[in-house]
Write a protein that binds this ligand. Structure first.
Ligand code: 0WD
Length: 256
């Protein structure tokens, strides 16, 4: 029996089969969880439907986190299918390309800063708030994805690093708020993985090469590596872990 048997998980952030959310869905499915999915826009709808079908799910809901009405509608619709659920996976981030390439100040505008924080950090709190009534008292868990740029000033990552710092602080405040209700909240800080979102970051290929040469495990991590830790953190095996940022980066962040 898998360690997520009997759990229900809502997975956001699938944009392709290379998405980190796809790796998390795979691991959660393997461990026995029942899954539901969201897609950002019509362009991604059929792709996410296909992924859902592969995981034996027909719950596929539209959700652009920039839109309050869509957030409310998503959890209304989910509540029609499930009387409650256990796991919320937030694998969503966005910043305009000019803000994540080159110098921090060159791509900085009020709009870029606000947008990066809105989509990449605020959305975690907004989704947790909307999910809260359906997640009460079930030993549930919320999981999000961060990156080393939250705590170190990395070339090109710029405003996304500032947004990830906000995301990690949001994890801690959510954990404090929701812990008494039986909901844990954690982040995985993943090493670099070639996905659609990563392709937008300036110099990404160079980062992959650098990590391969310098991480203790001498390779970059995979979506399977991240998926397995995500499934564990959202399971009852991790019942004592909340408000944490767990590194799944092959040890890169410990090397000086
Ligand atoms: O190296 C990496 N790939 C790392 C990614 C290292 C560490 C962390 N992460 C994080 C990302 O910052 C993000 O939070 O992991 C999370 C998932 O990202 P991913 O799997 O790398 O990227 P991708 O497959 O592109 O999925 C992210 C998706 C979007 O994809 P695109 O590429 O179309 O922007 O986030 C979704 C969207 O589907 N997304 C939204 N979903 C709902 N509403 C929105 C939105 N407004 N904006 C983006």
């Amino acid at each position: 029996m898998g360690f997520l048997q009997g759990k229900r998980a809502l997975i956001t952030g699938i944009a392709s089969e290379r998405s980190i959310a796809s790796g998390i869905a795979e691991a959660m499915h393997r461990e026995g969880a029942e899954l539901a999915f969201t897609y950002q826009n019509d362009k991604l709808k059929s792709r996410v439907e296909k992924a859902a079908a592969e995981f034996g799910s027909d719950i596929v809901l539209p959700l652009d986190v920039a839109d309050d009405a869509q957030i409310a509608a998503c959890f209304d619709a989910l509540g029609q299918r499930w009387d409650g659920f256990d796991i919320l996976v937030h694998a969503i981030a966005f910043a305009p390309r000019e803000a994540i390439t080159g110098q921090f100040l060159d791509g900085l505008t009020r709009e870029n800063f606000a947008l990066a924080h809105d989509i990449s950090a605020y959305s975690l709190a907004a989704l947790a708030k909307a999910a809260r009534p359906l997640m009460q008292g079930r030993n549930g868990a919320v999981l999000t994805l961060s990156y080393l740029g939250a705590e170190r000033a990395l070339q090109n990552y710029n405003v996304m690093g500032v947004a990830k710092a906000s995301l990690e602080a949001t994890v801690r405040y959510l954990a404090l708020n929701l812990g008494p209700e039986g909901i844990r909240v954690n982040a995985i800080s993943a090493g670099p993985i070639k996905t659609l979102a990563a392709a937008g970051i300036g110099g990404f290929r160079k980062i992959l090469g650098h990590v391969e040469q310098n991480a203790p495990i001498r390779r970059t991590v995979t979506i399977e590596d991240v998926g397995n830790v995500g499934a564990f953190l959202c399971s009852d095996l991790a019942a004592g872990v909340t408000g944490e940022v767990t590194y799944v980066d092959g040890g890169y962040s410990i090397v000086g």
